[in-house]
Design a protein around this ligand. Structure first.
Ligand SMILES: C[S@@+](CC[C@H](N)C(=O)[O-])C[C@H]1O[C@@H](n2cnc3c(N)ncnc32)[C@H](O)[C@@H]1O
Length: 359
C-alpha cells in the first residue's frame, strides 16, 4: 500500500467527504492516517493518482510519500518547491546533499500560501512536502482549465440551469454510485451532473419539467458520449418529478441540484424568500416521497438545500424535519464530519447546504 497526501479544495469538509466517498465507491482498500484542515494522509492500495484526480472535484493535488534516496532527477538545473510542515533539518540537508551528489543546480521556490496553486506548481520541476522524518512528492495537480473547456464547448448552456462541473463531480462521488449502477438526477437542467457521471463510466437517468432543458440535456449528453467515446448510456424524460414513479421503477442512487426558485440579481426581501421556501419545500417533499419508492434500502440521495441571503439575514428551510418525517437517515461517510456541509461561492446570493440521505 502506498501513502498519499490529498490536498483539500476550498470547502474542506466537502472535499474530505467526497474523497472518502470516492475511495468507498471505487472499492479501494484504504486506511486514513491523518486528517488536517488542509490535507488528508491516506494509505491506498492499487491507486492511480493521474486517473483519480480527473474524477475528483474537490482535490487540488495529490502527493506521494517516498524514500528520499530514490529521488530521480534527469536535468542538471531544476526549479523546486518546498512546503515545510515540519522543519526537519536533517531531511532537508539530505535533500541538498543529494542535489550536490547528482550535480544538479537546484533553485528553491516558496509557496505564496500554504501550498503552491496548480498554476504555480506546473512551473516547478519538483514539488515536495516536508514532514517529520518523511517527505512527499506532488505527483499530480487538478486541471481547472479542463472543466472550463468542457463547460464552454457543450452545445447547451443556460447559466440559470447548470450545476458547476466541479460540484457535479463532488455530488456524483458523494452518492457512492458503483460502475454497474444507475444514477438519477430528477432536476436534470443542462445535464451537468449526469455528464460528469457518464465520464466516470456510469449509466444515468434524468427528468425535468421544462422541455427546453430536456432538449438541452439530450444534446449535451449526446455530445459528451461522442466527444469522449463513452459507452455508458442516458435516458431523459420530460416530466414533473412528482410523477417520477410512473415511468421509473428503480434507480440505485440520486445526485441532484434541485430547483432553488427564481434567479436573484440582487439580495431579495425576506418576505419574498419565505414564499419561495414554501413553494420549494412542497416540491422537495413530493419528490422525496416518490424517491423512497424507487430507491433500494441503504442507497443514497445527495441533495443540496438552498440558504438565501436576504435583507434580514440568511434563511433556509427546515429540511431535516422533512427528511425525518419521510423516514430517511441523514448520513455522513465520515464520523468526524457532521451533515450538512456547506458549499458557497464568494458573492453568490444563494449558498448551499449539502445533505446525504440514506433510505
Ligand atoms: C438548478 S437546475 C438543475 C441543474 C442540473 N442538476 C445540472 O446538472 O445542470 C433546476 C432544474 O429543475 C427543473 N425543475 C423545477 N421544478 C421541477 C419539477 N417539479 N420537476 C422536474 N424538474 C423541475 C428546472 O426546469 C431546472 O431545469
Amino acid at each position: 500500500m502506498n501513502t498519499y497526501l490529498f490536498v483539500l479544495g476550498r470547502d474542506k469538509n466537502l472535499s474530505l467527504l467526497e474523497l472518502v466517498s470516492y475511495l468507498q465507491r471505487k472499492e479501494f482498500n484504504y486506511k486514513i492516517i491523518r486528517i488536517t484542515d488542509t490535507y488528508a494522509e491516506i494509505h491506498v492500495q492499487n491507486f492511480n493518482p493521474n486517473k483519480s484526480i480527473k474524477e475528483l472535484g474537490g482535490i487540488v493535488k495529490i502527493a506521494e510519500f517516498f524514500d528520499i534516496n530514490k529521488i530521480k532527477i534527469d536535468k542538471n538545473k531544476i526549479l523546486f518547491g518546498l512546503t515545510i510542515f515540519y522543519n526537519d533539518i536533517k531531511l532537508i540537508s539530505q535533500l541538498y546533499d543529494l542535489f550536490k551528489k547528482e550535480k544538479v543546480k537546484a533553485i528553491q521556490k516558496k509557496p505564496r500560501e500554504i501550498f503552491f496553486s496548480p498554476k504555480e506548481s506546473r512551473k516547478l520541476d519538483l514539488e515536495l512536502f516536508v514532514f517529520k522524518n518523511k517527505i512527499a512528492k506532488v505527483v499530480v495537480n487538478s486541471n481547472p482549465s479542463e472543466f472550463k473547456e468542457r463547460d464552454e464547448k457543450r452545445p447547451y448552456f443556460d447559466k440559470l440551469k447548470v450545476t458547476s462541473l466541479r460540484l457535479s463531480k463532488i455530488l456524483v462521488n458523494l452518492s457512492q454510485v458503483k460502475e454497474d449502477e444507475i444514477l438519477l438526477d430528477p432536476f436534470v437542467g443542462a445535464g451537468s451532473i449526469l455528464q460528469e457521471a457518464m465520464l466516470m463510466g456510469i449509466n444515468v437517468i434524468g427528468t425535468d419539467i421544462d422541455k427546453q432543458s430536456v432538449e438541452g440535456a439530450i444534446k449535451n449528453l449526446g455530445w459528451i458520449k461522442n466527444k469522449y467515446g463513452i459507452k455508458t448510456n442516458f435516458k431523459i424524460y420530460n416530466i414533473d418529478n412528482k410523477e417520477i414513479d410512473t415511468i421509473i421503477s428503480k434507480v440505485d442512487c440520486v445526485a441532484t441540484e434541485p430547483y432553488f426558485g427564481p434567479f436573484f440579481l440582487k439580495i431579495p426581501k425576506y418576505e419574498e424568500v419565505i414564499k419561495i421556501i414554501d413553494e420549494i419545500e412542497k416540491i422537495y417533499y413530493c419528490l422525496l416521497l416518490k424517491l423512497k419508492k424507487i430507491l433500494p434500502k441503504n442507497k443514497l440521495i445527495v441533495f443540496p438545500v438552498p440558504v438565501y441571503k436576504t435583507n434580514k439575514g440568511r434563511i433556509t428551510m427546515d429540511f431535516e424535519n422533512i427528511v425525518k418525517d419521510l423516514g430517511f437517515e441523514i448520513y455522513s461517510p465520515l464520523d468526524s464530519v457532521k451533515m450538512p456541509v456547506k458549499y458557497s461561492i464568494k458573492g453568490n446570493i444563494v449558498e448551499k447546504l449539502i445533505y446525504i440521505l440514506k433510505k
